[in-house]
Write a protein that binds this ligand. Structure first.
Ligand code: OAD
Ligand code: ZN
Length: 349
């Protein structure tokens, strides 16, 4: 099943033998399972009844909360859906998504194009696709500029993005506000563990556009952009920031992602129990199929839902609706207009 195989986006082995080096007696598998169950079900401690922060669990309730002083630290989690309006395909949309359009590469399965083991054997399909979807010719969307407004209004604690199109930065968000959960095109490395030579974006771009599989000048192994493939560990900053940010998150906004790739998707369960969660997406996502293993996920349809709200539709429309309701609507429209004409002018030069 797709979701299960995708959960290997990070090394499954979080704690190797030499890292742990514990002198304590080993715990049995049953002990570990029991601990996991208790923590997921939140049993075994005196968990209080969750506090409902929203005065109404709907769009208006989210807007009133966002406008209040209580909502200071907003975390936003985004995926490919926020960039489809810029012309960049997402991954899993049935007809237009990247995975539905890879027949020409004769892959064993669509996701193989981003699997590290497949890449080591056959890097060429990835580089052909990279040329097609190379960042550089696209403009940030209304949604990206809404995120910039959130930052300017001092409400954005952090943006966690799965995207590697760099449109968040182009939209004017400072790098320290953005966590590139699935890496970046900005740097590349030789995949040979004994070498790991670093290469620049310009070097990689030149190779990609000359239809060459980039090979290392030191050891002739393949050079790969530092985007995270299935089977690779996410950047350290993802784990460090998540641990610091989520405990103080007042509102979690999730936009344009199928929430089907771990460990990113699991972040929704890292927000404190009282923190409202607001999804803007074309379809309902994030309801966990494996609550005990992966966490309970979003609870829109639960009778006891006290914090999860969904706005169904396009990311840009949802962000504009939110901006309108917050009284920022005209500011957002002007920002988009001004920034798009600035980018157009710069690109003409
Ligand atoms: P997906 O393609 O899995 O999900 C995109 C989600 O956005 C879907 O739920 C779409 O319905 C929705 N969507 C698309 N366009 C939209 C729009 N204009 N407005 C509203 N919703 C829209 O993309 P991700 O969740 O980002 O990893 O995928 C996660 C990871 O899987 C990616 O980072 C990538 C991929 O394999 C790697 O390549 C390593
Ligand atoms: Zn090398």
């Amino acid at each position: 099943m797709a979701e299960a195989s995708e959960s290997v986006l990070t090394k499954t082995d979080e704690c190797s033998d030499d890292e742990c080096g514990s002198t304590e007696s080993p715990r049995s598998v049953m002990d570990v399972l029991q601990e996991l169950l208790l923590s997921k079900l939140r049993l075994g401690d005196s968990e209080e009844k969750p506090i409902q922060v929203l005065d109404e669990v709907n769009f208006d309730g989210v807007v009133r909360y966002m406008a209040s002083d209580k909502c200071k630290n907003i975390i936003v989690m985004v995926g490919a859906g926020i960039s489809t309006c810029a012309g960049i395909p997402d991954f899993r949309s049935p007809d237009s998504g990247i995975y539905a359009n890879l027949q020409k590469y004769n892959l064993p399965n669509p996701m193989a194009i981003f699997e590290i083991n497949y890449f080591k054997e056959n890097p060429s399909p990835f580089f052909q696709l990279a040329k097609e979807i190379y960042p550089g010719k696209y403009k940030p969307t209304v949604c990206h500029y809404f995120l910039r407004l959130l930052y300017e209004k001092k409400k954005l604690l952090r943006l966690y993005t799965q995207n590697v199109d760099t449109l968040e930065i182009l939209a004017g968000l400072p790098a320290d506000k953005v966590v590139d959960a699935h890496g970046t095109f900005h740097t590349s490395h030789c995949i040979n563990p004994a070498c790991r030579k670093l290469y620049t974006l310009d070097w990689m771009r030149e190779k990609i556009f000359s239809d060459e599989v980039p090979s290392c000048t030191e050891c002739q192994d393949t050079v790969k952009p530092d985007i995270v493939f299935f089977g690779e560990r996410l950047p350290e900053r993802f784990f460090v920031s998540a641990e610091e940010d989520f405990p103080i998150c007042d509102l979690l906004i999730i936009i344009g992602t199928s929430l089907s790739v771990q460990p990113f998707a699991g972040l929704v369960d890292n927000a404190p129990a009282k923190t409202p969660r607001f999804l803007i997406n074309k379809e309902k996502v994030g309801q966990s199929m494996y609550p005990i293993v992966l966490g309970p996920g979003l609870q829109f349809d639960s009778e006891t839902n006290y914090r999860d709200v969904m706005w169904e539709g396009l990311c840009d429309d949802g962000c504009q609706a939110l901006a309108d309701a917050l009284g920022w609507g005209e500011e957002l429209k002007k920002l988009v207009e001004d920034e798009h004409s600035r980018i157009d002018q710069e690109r003409q030069q």
